[in-house]
Each structure stands twice: as structure tokens, then as C-alpha cells.
Design a protein around this ligand. Structure first.
Ligand code: HEM
Length: 351
């Protein structure tokens, strides 16, 4: 008897459970539908795809970025920063150091062919040297602290440990932020002081065709105050320095600028077909990558400049130290400039 009642109870229970749907979710999910009304007829996959591809939902917050749960361009940003930017940046820096080392052993230090003279000639005044060292000193610290942000975790942590690395990086970041302004002042001053000597001329083509005379002894193409190689450095530092400064300011004051949209808009006006519809976060990410690309390029070039301005060439550093250079050095590397200076002191009578 009891068995009969238990049997009826079980049958009724199964019918009841099926009726209220407790057993249905598994079945519904296998059909691609989701129980409840939250997703409507959409599946988890649809929702995930929507969120994962960076779409905005709705939010009570005023910041429109708050409605984006996952900003997918962040993946591209990270992949580029930790991939090509870091890898090719390291190739550039290590590559130029290797090349300069080979150059040093093959060519040796570029000496004054005629030997040092007794006579000296003023090449740079106090204000020129102040501008140069303000720009150079700040750039070196900016470069080192910037490289630390990109490579420090791989290079320094194994050597100094995580705690010291954290302290170095925190102070480095402060130095990076504040010295940026010293660099900008040095850059602007150098531009004002030297731009008139850096206008390209026909003479530069000759200088370049002769490789600047740096590969063979006794070869000295004519040059005025700055030769073609120096003009290239000057313009690269000015244009690159301005660009790195602007992207750096955009990083210091996030989400305030739309420089990429504006620049691409200008380029589109002259025939390009670039996207201009960027969110504030995308602008920020592109600023960061651009800042890295330009500063790594500049750093690579400046390593070569530092080499040639110091150990690479006898007599060069005096120009930025005391401002007075050896007359034979000046005649060999900047013969037309020496003539112009002599002419100022004792003008030749007109023929
Ligand atoms: C830190 C080590 C550096 C040394 C030893 C050094 C040395 C020199 C020297 C000797 C000159 C004068 C060349 C001449 O008389 O013809 C010069 C010029 C110049 N330097 Fe530097 N420099 C250094 C760093 C920098 C940095 C970091 C920058 C820019 C970010 C820079 C930018 C320039 C520019 C634009 C000129 C004028 C064009 C030229 O000579 O190439 N220098 N430097």
C-alpha cells in the first residue's frame, strides 16, 4: 500500500517539476537560448561579443567612457607597446651602439689632420652653450627615465630587485614630468639661436655626396657654421622634439586633446583617407605610442651625435665646453664659417 502511494507521489512530483520548468534550463541552453528575460533571445555569446568588441552600454555616469566595459583597442595598444615598439626600439639603440663601436675601431678617432694650432676661435657664446646643455642635460635624463618605463622591468628588476626598482621608477617618473619643461625651453631657445644657420643649401648636397668626409682621412667637404649632417640633426631634434613634447603634454593631462583626429583631418584635406573618429581613450593610446616611437628614434640618433661630439672627433667638445675651438679644427670642418668670422674681424677690401 505504502509503495503504491510513494509511486503516485513520485509521478506527481516529476510532472510538477517539469511544469514549473526547473528541469528546462539545461535544455534551453543547449538550444542557444538563455533562461529568464535579461538577455531576451540573445545568447551569452552575443552579449560577450558586444562587450568584448568595445561597444558602449548605458551608464548613469557622465563620463561616456564609463559605459564601455572592455575597451578592446587596449589590446592592440598593449600588443604594439610590448611588441614592435619595444623590440625595434631596442634594436635601434643596441644597433647604433654596435655600429659606432665598429666605426671607432675601423676609423679611429677623427683627428685634426693639420694637428692642433696655437690659435682658437669662438664658436658658441654663453647663451648658445646654456641652451645646448639645458636641452641636452634634460634630454639625457628624460631618455634614461623613459627607457626605464619601457625596459626597466626586464633589465633592472633582475639586478636591483622589485623594491629598489619601484623607488627608482617613482622618482624617475617625477624627473620625467618636470624636466620635460626644461627640455622644451632648451629646445625653443636652440631653435631661435640656430635656425638661421640651418637653412638647407646646395653646399649640403656636396657635403652629403662626400659622406661628410668622415670615412677617410684628409677629406674635408666645405661647410659653413653647420654642415649637412648637423642640419639633419638640428631639424630632427626640432621636429621630433616638438612632437614628443606635444604628445608628452597630452599624456600629462589625459583626455584633454584630440591631436590625432585634428592631424589626420588636416592630412585628409590633402588627399589622405585616415580615420578621424577617435574616442578620448584611443587618442590617449595613440599619443602614448607616438611618444614612444619618436623618442626612441631621437634617442638612437642622439647617441650617434653624442659619440661624434665627444670621443669620436678630436676638438669637437671644446665648442660646447668653453665655446672656443682650435682654428685648424674649424678650418677643416667649417672652412667657410671661419672665412666669414675672419671677414667680420678684418673685412677684406672690396676689389
Ligand atoms: C650629452 C651629450 C652631448 C654632447 C657631448 C654633445 C656635444 C655637442 C657638440 C660638441 C656640439 C657642437 C658641434 C659643433 O661645434 O659643430 C653639439 C651641437 C648640437 N647638439 Fe649636442 N651634445 C650632446 C647632447 C645633445 C642632445 C641630447 C641634444 C638634443 C636632444 C643635442 C643637440 C644638439 C644640436 C641640435 C646641436 C647643433 C647641431 C649639431 O652640431 O649637430 N645635443 N653637441
Amino acid at each position: 500500500m505504502l509503495r503504491k502511494y510513494i509511486g503516485i507521489f513520485v509521478v506527481l512530483a516529476v510532472i510538477f517539476i517539469s511544469a514549473v520548468g526547473i528541469s528546462t534550463p539545461t535544455l534551453a541552453q543547449t538550444k542557444g537560448e538563455v533562461p529568464g528575460t535579461a538577455l531576451g533571445i540573445k545568447s551569452d555569446t552575443d552579449l560577450w561579443r558586444f562587450v568584448r568588441t568595445g561597444n558602449a552600454g548605458t551608464s548613469q555616469m557622465k563620463d561616456e567612457l564609463a559605459a564601455v566595459m572592455i575597451q578592446s583597442e587596449g589590446d592592440n595598444w598593449r600588443a604594439f607597446r610590448n611588441g614592435p615598439l619595444s623590440v625595434y626600439g631596442a634594436y635601434g639603440i643596441i644597433g647604433i651602439i654596435v655600429l659606432l663601436t665598429i666605426f671607432y675601431f675601423v676609423r679611429g678617432r677623427i683627428r685634426i689632420d693639420a694637428g692642433p694650432s696655437e690659435d682658437r676661435i669662438q664658436r658658441f657664446g654663453t647663451i648658445d652653450r646654456f641652451a645646448h646643455w639645458l636641452m641636452a642635460g634634460s634630454f639625457v635624463v628624460l631618455g634614461l627615465t623613459g627607457l626605464n618605463l619601457l625596459y626597466g622591468r626586464y633589465v633592472l628588476i633582475p639586478i636591483v630587485g622589485k623594491d629598489s626598482f619601484a623607488t627608482i621608477t617613482a622618482f624617475g617618473k617625477l624627473a620625467h614630468n618636470y624636466l620635460a619643461f626644461a627640455f622644451m625651453i632648451g629646445l625653443a631657445l636652440s631653435f631661435i639661436l640656430w635656425v638661421r644657420h640651418n637653412i638647407p643649401s646646395k653646399l649640403d648636397l656636396k657635403w652629403l655626396a662626400m659622406g661628410g668626409g668622415i670615412f677617410a682621412k684628409g677629406v674635408h667637404p666645405p661647410a659653413r657654421k653647420f654642415n649637412a649632417g648637423q642640419k639633419i640633426i638640428f631639424w630632427a631634434v626640432m621636429v621630433g622634439g616638438l612632437s614628443v613634447s606635444m604628445s608628452g603634454i597630452a599624456l600629462m593631462f589625459p583626455f584633454q586633446t584630440s591631436m590625432f583626429a585634428e592631424t589626420f583631418g588636416l592630412l585628409n584635406a590633402v588627399g589622405f583617407n585616415l580615420p578621424v573618429d577617435f574616442t578620448a581613450l584611443q587618442e590617449q593610446q595613440m599619443n602614448q605610442l607616438w611618444h614612444g616611437v619618436v623618442s626612441l628614434g631621437l634617442t638612437t640618433m642622439i647617441i650617434a651625435h653624442i659619440y661624434i661630439g665627444s670621443i669620436g672627433m678630436e676638438g669637437a667638445l671644446d665648442a660646447m665646453n668653453s665655446g672656443m675651438v682650435d682654428r685648424n679644427w674649424a678650418k677643416e670642418h667649417h672652412n667657410l664659417w671661419v672665412e666669414e668670422e675672419d671677414q667680420k674681424i678684418s673685412p677684406k677690401p672690396a676689389e
